[in-house]
Every structure is written in structure tokens, then in C-alpha cells.
Design a protein around this ligand. Structure first.
Ligand code: ADP
Length: 269
């Protein structure tokens, strides 16, 4: 499963480190739960990394620390050479449910982060870019539609645009398509891959689906619980771009089985 040189979406060798976590631990003061124990991780420019593990193994804690929403108890988190000490402009986040404001149209929702950050005039200047992004995610013609007229998948596409408009260095994705039916989810994952390739994005995805992790990722961080820690980093050397029919190949099945075995073992630890 290990390849000598890792490659990005376009088959090029992976770029420079974007995110570097060194010996990160987190103990919640309230209950003294060790949610994360000594996690070290590097995300390279243009790479797609997923994190998978049973409930309670620290995935959300890890994501929150990476996003600057909570501080680690120990260790360092560096993004683009600067320590992460709080929420930052160069971090894009996307959650399980699309969090669009119902009283704003699709395009208004997309430029909202710019409006909050830089004011109304800057948001107006970003409208062309918002239209471009809507086109990229297949929502041309839906610019002036309100969220209640969008399907779940369409709302998540709009959320992708809202995340991308600020051109973040890294995309932190917390099971963004878990509320969608399986078919839409598969399609959205392929869409996500295409967008990441086009933008040369560095992405980090929390997921419960081994298949989803394998089809999207260059690397899969398998975690185990009590305390939450890294069990293994699995490299996925399936060719890019990935296609849904790769899910029926023996290689795909091998990687899925390997991860499932790791997770089953984790339950006994
Ligand atoms: P996962 O996302 O993998 O389900 P979490 O990061 O949510 O795992 O949780 C890891 C551990 O930390 C769990 O034992 C959980 O109960 C505990 N935990 C999570 N958040 C808090 C919190 N705010 N205060 C105290 N304990 C927490």
C-alpha cells in the first residue's frame, strides 16, 4: 500500500507541508478525559487526508484544534508557518448540515464571509467570483434562489462555494455529505475531488465511511480510542482522478479490508 513518492490529484509529487501537528495532546479539564494523545501529522499542499475511527476516538477534538476553535493541552499546530492560536482566514470549514442563512439568496450566502470580514463593498466585488464558483459546482442559474428552494445536495454545493470564496489554504470537512442519500453522496464526493483538483486544495475530512475515505484520500489517518491516538496512516495509491467504478476493484477492496481490520482491533484496546 505504500508508494515511494506520494502524488497529488494530478499525479505530481506532493507539495510542501501546509499543516504540521507535532505531539498534540488534549485533556479536557472538566472531566480529565484524554481525548487526544501525542498526535503528529503533516498535511502537504494539494493532498487529501481523511481521518477515521470509532466514536469517541478524538476526531472532532482533532478537527477543532486544527481549526483553532480549542487549544491543545500540549504540542504545536502550525499552518503555513504560523502557529494556530484561534480561528483564521486561511482555514475553510464545512459541516454536516449546510448552514446557509434562509433569508439570503445562494449568491448572498456565498459572499457573506467576505462581507463579514471586509465589508459590503468587498462582498460586491466578490460577486463575479461567487458566480464562477456556483458555475463550477453546477449551480448556474440558482444564484438568486433562497436555500429553502435548494435540495440538500444543492445546499451543500453552495456551502462548498462559501468555503472556497475566501481561498483558504486548507479545507476542514466534518462529514459534509453524511446527511445526503448514498447516490447523492457518491456524486458529491466526486464533485469534491474535482473541485479540490481544480483549486489544488489541501483537504482534511472527518468521516465514518471507510469507502468514502478510500475513494477520496491520499492518506487515511486511522485513530483508536481511550485515549484517542493514531493507529496507522494508510497511504492510498489508487490512480487519480478517482472514479466510482474503482470501488469495485480488488485494490480498493484490499485497502477497505485493511482499515476495517484495524478498526475492529481498535474496539478491543
Ligand atoms: P469523536 O469525534 O471521534 O467521536 P471526540 O473528539 O468528540 O471524538 O471525543 C473524544 C473524547 O473526548 C470522548 O471521550 C468525549 O467524551 C470527550 N470529549 C469531547 N468533547 C468534550 C468536552 N467538551 N468536554 C469533555 N470531554 C469531551
Amino acid at each position: 500500500m505504500n508508494s515511494a513518492v506520494q502524488q497529488d490529484y494530478s499525479g505530481e509529487p506532493l507539495g510542501a507541508p501546509v499543516y504540521e501537528l507535532t505531539h498534540v495532546s488534549k485533556t479536557y479539564a472538566r472531566n480529565q478525559v484524554v481525548a487526544l494523545d501525542d498526535v503528529s501529522l503533516t498535511l502537504r499542499k494539494g493532498s487529501f487526508t481523511s481521518v477515521i475511527g470509532s466514536s469517541g476516538c478524538g476526531k472532532s477534538t482533532l478537527l477543532k484544534i486544527m481549526a483553532g476553535l480549542i487549544p491543545p493541552s500540549k504540542g504545536r499546530v502550525i499552518l503555513q508557518g504560523e502557529p494556530v492560536k484561534g480561528p483564521r482566514r486561511d482555514i475553510g470549514m464545512m459541516f454536516q448540515q449546510a448552514t446557509l442563512f434562509p433569508w439570503k439568496t445562494a449568491v448572498e450566502n456565498i459572499v457573506l464571509p467576505i462581507e463579514i470580514r471586509d465589508g459590503k463593498a468587498a462582498a460586491n466585488n466578490a460577486l463575479d467570483k461567487a458566480h464562477e464558483l456556483l458555475d463550477i459546482v453546477g449551480l448556474k442559474g440558482f444564484e438568486n434562489v433562497y436555500p429553502n428552494e435548494l435540495s440538500g445536495g444543492m445546499a451543500q454545493r453552495a456551502s462548498i462555494c462559501r468555503m472556497l470564496i475566501t481561498e483558504p489554504a486548507v479545507l476542514l470537512l466534518d462529514e459534509p455529505f453524511s446527511a445526503l442519500d448514498e447516490l447523492s453522496r457518491d456524486m458529491m464526493n466526486m464533485e469534491l475531488q474535482r473541485i479540490c483538483r481544480e483549486q489544488d486544495a489541501t483537504a482534511f475530512l472527518v468521516t465514518h465511511s471507510i469507502q468514502e475515505a478510500v475513494i477520496l484520500s491520499d492518506e487515511i489517518v486511522v485513530m483508536k480510542p481511550r485515549p484517542g491516538r493514531l493507529a496507522e496512516i494508510v497511504e492510498v495509491d489508487l490512480p487519480r482522478p478517482r472514479t466510482l467504478d474503482m470501488m469495485t476493484t480488488p485494490k480498493f477492496g484490499e485497502i477497505v479490508d485493511h482499515i476495517r481490520n484495524m478498526l475492529d482491533k481498535g474496539e478491543d484496546m
